[in-house]
Design a protein around this ligand. Structure first.
Ligand code: SAH
Length: 204
């Protein structure tokens, strides 16, 4: 998976590549789809939600520029796989999930891989997580019409936020980097995520 799907498409960050080699992706996918865990595709994880294609997980992680002292917030815990990858690269990961059964499953999956520096929070991630802010990095893994203002406000100086921004059906992968009150923006092409549902996202 790493050689053919991730390295071959230009992901170079050695930390990201080794995290993708270390975390057993099949432990995050329910049967019968776990058989395809290392395929080049997103897969269902129940409750109408999906785990992203491995390459997209790697790309978003690399774009975050993670370092070992970072505190990172993820919106959309899903299976917990992206949080498990991040947990190998940063000091602490907080991941928020709005569907309680999905959050419970993420908790079980992350315990199975002994990811001890991940906290799973049940709730609306478009509000961020003020008790743990500010964050060096924020990863939004659901499609949003625009970047929720509370998330921008919870970035550190120089902090980076990666998110799929666009319509419910198709989005652009956006990175913003905070410099004072300014946010430098870059775009990284078309992606497809399930909707971010919440106060600063889409309506139910
Ligand atoms: N990162 C996940 C995949 C995310 S799928 C993984 O590695 O498997 C998107 C997830 O975002 C879904 O589980 C969905 O329920 C959740 N979600 C959608 N809107 C949300 C919100 N406002 N707050 C928190 N989670 C949300």
């Amino acid at each position: 998976m790493v050689k053919l799907q991730i390295e071959a498409r230009g992901i170079r960050d050695p930390g990201v590549l080794s995290a993708m080699r270390e975390v057993p992706r099949h432990l995050f996918i329910p049967p019968p789809w776990d058989r395809d865990a290392y395929a080049d595709a997103p897969l269902p994880i129940g409750s109408g939600q999906t785990i992203s294609q491995p390459y997209i997980v790697a790309l978003m992680t690399e774009l975050l520029h993670p370092t070992s002292t970072d505190i990172v917030l993820e919106i959309g815990a899903g299976s917990g796989y992206q949080a498990a990858i991040l947990s190998k690269l940063v000091k602490k990961v907080i991941t928020i999930e709005r569907i309680e059964t999905v959050a419970e499953r993420a908790r079980t999956n992350l315990a199975a891989v002994h990811a001890k520096n991940v906290e799973i929070v049940f709730g609306d991630g478009t509000l961020g997580h003020p008790p743990s802010a500010p964050f060096n990095g924020i990863l939004v893994t659901a499609a949003t019409p625009e970047i929720p203002e509370p998330l921008k406000a919870q970035l550190t100086e120089g902090g980076r936020l990666v998110a799929p921004v666009g319509s419910r059906s198709i989005q652009d992968l956006i990175v913003i980097e905070r410099h004072g009150d300014q946010f430098r923006e870059e775009q990284f092409g078309g992606v497809r995520f399930v909707p971010l549902v919440g106060k600063y996202g889409w309506e139910e």
